[in-house]
Design a protein around this ligand. Structure first.
Ligand code: NOJ
Length: 552
């Protein structure tokens, strides 16, 4: 049975190539996930997380590790079969784990049958499935749109003597969503997976579903236009005014999510990084407005927010302030397969522990990236071992996303219990301590911290659905907030500073969780708590002071 999404404590992202390899070919698979369900939920020492989502598992040539789909309604043999996936859904549901898939609506692989047909001729049923344009009058690409993986977004094809559009790799042609047949195909795909029993969908790169039908050139940003330093061509030098986020985006997403709404207790989460050229409010509320209650965007701001109390406080408080708590579910995400690992990005273990406490005490549906619950740092990957093509097409070898995609670290020893064969990406030094077996038995490990936070989040509805309010000084090193629901009240204080900091509880209470689960700070008689560097606490207050304040 699936859990009501309101009761889900968090979503766990599994990068299927790297979670568990049951057939020992060096790449993770669905059978591996089935074998490790005990780790996820259902046993005394499980992580106890209520939902899992998989990065794409469809047949794919793997130019972009599955984000280049060649058939939307099957499973790549590398990962198993459709029957394996059905078994996974059944076994996950038996433990009350919700299952989500990753859906890639903006582009297919160039090996998809639709594209093979489309590139053959300017006529025929698939001719308009993709975005084809004639060369510019003087030759060359039709306009200046850029691929976010480097270079022009247009690739010349001599089958049709035309260019096709690709926002990502040339092997990932963009579908033409202005064609109603394409939209119908995509709705069929969504239905196929919902009928199979999945509980939710993460929809990839949705911002690009609608583009300017006049294909106007994107303008240079003001700074670059003024400087004109000859470095034009870089993606960030342009305002992507015409090449994405165009007027039909929300209506198209509405069509797609209306299919989701036909089913009970299913959701769609949009992958979307806000564009700095537009107001975040306009963007978030646009996505929430598509189909409230069924669909919601990720909030990725935690990924690039600097590790300062006021920076986190500002973005979270502003975001929460935009939302209608009865309609909108926040989906905070501090890490995923496209971002440097939390420990490496935030500056160290202690900072990452604080982030865990923050993430899992905020409202909504937080997401945890596999391995972050062990404090896995980025794993160095030698140049000759790099798998991520973006590192080459972008011209920036350091942009490889491989370091955050390395195999799950189950135990010490060869290949870390992930596989008996050499894994597709290397394992690093961190295996020695950052592995499940070691951390299972340590009361103060990352894993114990995550487990405790997740259990608490399941038990305390207030943490999932209660109201949020920032308290305290904006400038201070401590970010504090209150959560409340009815008469219950929880207080969270996070010390982002490198020095001790004292906070005063708004009311009497007891510590429910601390970044170091075996070593809680004391609450003094006068209600003060001295927080050590990077320490955070979640306190259950015995009364509801905020409510009292409101009543006065
Ligand atoms: C976002 C995905 O998370 C990323 O991994 C992928 O490369 C692009 N979209 C293209 O699908």
């Amino acid at each position: 049975m699936s859990l009501s999404w309101r009761d889900v404590n968090a979503i766990y992202q599994i990068y299927p190539r790297s979670f568990m390899d049951a057939n020992n070919d060096g790449v993770g698979d669905i059978r591996g996930v089935i074998d490790r369900l005990d780790y996820i939920k259902g046993q005394k020492d499980s992580l106890d997380i209520d939902a899992i989502w998989f990065s794409p598992i469809f047949p794919s040539p793997m130019a972009d590790m599955g984000y280049d789909v060649s058939d939307y309604c099957d499973i790549d043999p590398l990962f198993g079969t459709l029957d394996d996936f059905k078994e996974l859904i059944e076994k996950a549901h038996a433990r009350n784990i919700n299952v989500m898939i990753d859906f890639v609506p903006n582009h297919t692989s160039d090996q998809h049958e639709w594209f093979k047909e489309s590139r053959k001729s300017r006529k025929g049923p698939y001719a308009e499935y993709y975005t084809w344009r004639d060369p510019a009058p003087g030759g060359g690409p039709p306009n200046n749109w850029l691929s976010i993986f480097g270079g022009s977004a247009w690739e010349y094809d001599d089958g049709r003597n035309q260019y096709y559009l690709h926002t990502f790799l040339a092997a990932q042609p963009d579908l033409n969503w202005d064609n109603p047949m394409v939209r119908d195909e995509m709705k069929r795909v969504v239905r196929f997976w919902l009928d199979l029993g999945i509980d939710g969908i993460r929809a990839d790169a949705v911002r690009w579903l609608s583009k300017d039908p006049k294909f106007r050139n994107d303008p240079l940003t003001e700074i670059v236009r003024k400087a004109m330093d000859g470095t034009e061509g870089e993606y960030n030098h342009y305002i992507h005014k015409y090449s994405r986020f165009w007027k039909n985006l929300f209506p198209y997403l509405r069509e797609l999510t209306d299919v989701v709404a036909e089913y009970d207790n299913r959701i769609m989460i949009f992958e979307d990084y806000p564009d700095a050229n537009y107001s975040t409010k306009e963007q978030y509320l646009g996505f929430y407005g598509v189909n409230p209650k069924v669909a919601m965007p990720f909030n990725f701001e935690g990924v690039w927010t600097d590790f300062y109390a006021d920076a986190f406080r500002t973005f979270i408080t502003e975001f929460q302030g935009m939302l209608d708590p009865d309609e909108h579910t926040p989906v905070y995400c501090f890490g995923n397969h496209d971002q440097s690992r939390l420990v490496s990005r935030m500056g160290g273990d202690e900072q990452a522990r604080l982030m865990a406490l923050l993430l899992l005490s905020l409202p909504g549906l937080p997401t945890v990236y596999y391995g972050d619950e062990l404090g896995m740092p980025n794993t160095p990957v030698k140049q000759e071992d790099i798998q991520d093509l973006r590192a080459f097409t972008s011209g920036d070898i350091d942009s490889t996303r491989d370091p955050e995609r390395t195999p799950m670290q189950w135990q010490t020893g060869q290949y870390a219990g992930f596989s008996k064969a050499k894994p597709w990406l290397p394992l690093g030094e961190s295996v020695r301590h950052h592995n499940v077996e070691t951390q299972q038995h340590e009361a103060d490990s990352f894993l114990s911290l995550y487990r405790r936070l997740l259990r608490m989040r399941s038990r305390y509805e207030i943490l999932r659905t209660g109201t949020y309010e920032a308290i305290g000084e904006l400038e201070a090193d401590v970010f504090s907030y209150a959560r409340w629901l009815g008469d219950q009240h929880i207080y969270v204080a996070l010390n982002f500073g490198r020095l001790d900091n004292t906070v005063k509880l708004p009311h009497k209470g007891r510590i429910l969780c601390c970044t170091h689960p075996v070593d809680y700070p004391e609450i003094a008689e006068d209600g003060t708590i001295m927080l050590r560097p990077f320490e955070g606490v979640i306190v259950e207050c015995s009364e509801h002071p905020l409510k009292k304040d409101l009543d006065e």
